[in-house]
Write a protein that binds this ligand. Structure first.
Ligand SMILES: Cc1cc2nc3c(=O)[nH]c(=O)nc-3n(C[C@H](O)[C@H](O)[C@H](O)COP(=O)(O)OP(=O)(O)OC[C@H]3O[C@@H](n4cnc5c(N)ncnc54)[C@H](O)[C@@H]3O)c2cc1C
Length: 433
């Protein structure tokens, strides 16, 4: 009788999709009321706001979750594969063939049926078609890219260290980050921390590193109030990070970054973190409406124009009630959207109306390395409160803890936190391999 079960297919197991699959697995999968399937293009999950720590090598390995094990524990099914198309008439998604590294096909293209489809594929960096960005910049949109960046970073440090020792080079190592949003700012602070740690660990041939952030806007962190943006700016300058605001990048080459006003920046490593878009293949998803950055347009119930197709997280364009524009692409929005759609799908099975999604902004926090966090917290009682230092750091950590609780429950989250604390006392604070 399994064929008669309502088929819920979730595409993308990130901040939104993995929480949704876990919740629906517990609510509907366990009791056999629905068949819940999660498809992801990767086999493991790391919460995306931690990727700058993966990229810099400072993240504890325990933060990675195997989808298959998570599915087994929480009564849903996991499928490995990359969605590339949709057939709404047949109510099927189309998944690309899987090839090995040599390009030989291991698994052909497949189709999977759904009764309710939830698109949760997140976003990628927007390069705005600027010359040389795709070829020469590194991105940290996915775990694979973050690990690739980390390997290149380590190699570059070793090469620079050798060159310094053997006096083959007398220039500092230059890292240019394009984009002064949370990703660029957090990554710059983390890279500063790494450089300090390497010196502490005594990497031969002292390395001088110049970190520069280039940003088209005249303020960094546009999502934060100007006072906090200024506080962040002061903090970064104190760390020795150079800020080049109001500069539009026009071209990236193998060794340089060029700006509109003719400035040229030397760059051994270049990272692109200047804005997001939903993946390009979403632009024409069997007639569903998308916006200028490929996000699926959804209404307040997070449904597209096809009521069987939902979109949540960064790939959804949902109007933000009483605000200009859409709900911002943030982890807290992904978390709240996953909860709302979980309720709606349970209601669907019970013949009840969908839940209206209302986004609550609890503020923005940016981590600037160890024990240094700035941001604003919002609440209906207290209005907007600026926070900094240790309090902000603790609140910042609690965002991740909320995700872990949604995935693992309270007990396992507490155990993981404890085991990480013990691990950190014996393991290196940075990964050099
Ligand atoms: C470095 C960095 C730092 C950040 N810091 C913060 C922060 O401090 N606070 C905050 O609120 N937000 C932060 N963000 C943004 C936040 O990470 C995102 O808003 C959030 O992860 C969006 O969740 P999501 O579920 O929509 O997408 P994701 O978490 O990106 O998940 C998407 C999933 O879809 C999968 N996928 C993609 N394409 C396909 C496909 N074709 N087929 C199958 N699966 C697919 C991916 O493998 C991934 O698992 C940060 C982002 C980055 C990159």
């Amino acid at each position: 009788m399994a064929d008669e079960l309502h088929k819920i297919l979730i595409v993308g197991g990130g901040a939104a999709g993995l929480e949704l699959a876990t919740e629906l697995g517990k609510k509907l999968g366990k009791s056999g009321r629905a068949e819940i399937t999660l498809l992801d293009a990767a086999s493991t999950h790391i919460w995306k706001p931690l990727l700058h720590e993966v990229a810099s090598g400072t993240l504890a390995e325990a933060e990675e979750i195997e989808y298959m094990a998570q599915a087994h524990r929480n009564h849903f099914r996991f499928l490995f594969g990359r969605m590339e198309g949709l057939d709404r008439a047949a109510k099927e998604i189309i998944v690309a063939p899987i090839n090995n590294k040599q390009g030989a096909e291991l698994i052909p293209a497949r189709r999977f049926k759904y009764d309710s489809l939830v698109m949760a594929v997140g976003s990628v960096s927007n390069t705005f078609g600027i010359k040389g960005v795709d070829q020469h910049c590194m991105f940290i949109d996915t775990t694979t890219q973050a690990y690739r960046f980390q390997r290149q970073l380590v190699e570059t440090y070793y090469i620079q260290s050798y060159a310094n020792q053997s006096r083959q080079r007398d220039k500092p190592l230059s890292i240019v980050i394009v984009g002064a949003g949370a990703t660029g700012v957090e990554l710059s602070a983390e890279l500063h921390e790494v450089t300090k740690l390497l010196a502490t660990y005594g990497l031969e041939g002292s390395i001088e590193v110049n970190i520069t952030i280039i940003e088209a806007a005249t303020q960094l962190l546009p999502a934060l109030p100007p006072r906090l943006s200024q506080a962040t700016q002061d903090q970064l300058l104190k760390l020795g990070i150079q800020l080049k605001l109001g500069r539009k990048v026009t071209e990236v080459t193998e060794t340089e970054v060029h700006t509109y006003d003719g400035e040229v920046f030397d760059a051994d490593l270049k990272v692109w973190a200047a804005g997001i878009k939903a993946p390009d293949w979403m632009k024409s998803l069997d007639g569903l409406e998308t916006n200028h950055i490929n996000q699926l347009v959804v209404d307040q119930t997070l449904q597209t124009s096809d009521p069987d197709v939902f979109a949540i997280g960064d790939c959804a364009a949902c109007a933000w009630a009483d605000h200009a524009g859409n709900v911002p692409p943030r982890a807290q929005a992904a978390h709240q959207m996953a909860s709302a759609v979980a309720k709606t799908i349970v209601n669907r099975l019970n013949g009840k109306a969908p839940v209206k999604f209302v986004y609550h902004d609890y503020g923005s926090l940016v981590s600037l390395g160890k024990f240094s966090t700035v941001g604003s917290l919002m609440g209906s009682l207290m209005g907007t409160v600026s926070v900094g230092g240790f309090i902000a750091y603790v609140v910042y950590l609690s965002l991740y803890k909320m995700h872990q609780v949604a995935i693992h429950g309270y007990f396992r989250t507490a155990m993981l936190t404890l085991s990480n604390l013990f691990r950190r006392s014996t393991h290196a604070k940075i990964k050099m391999h």
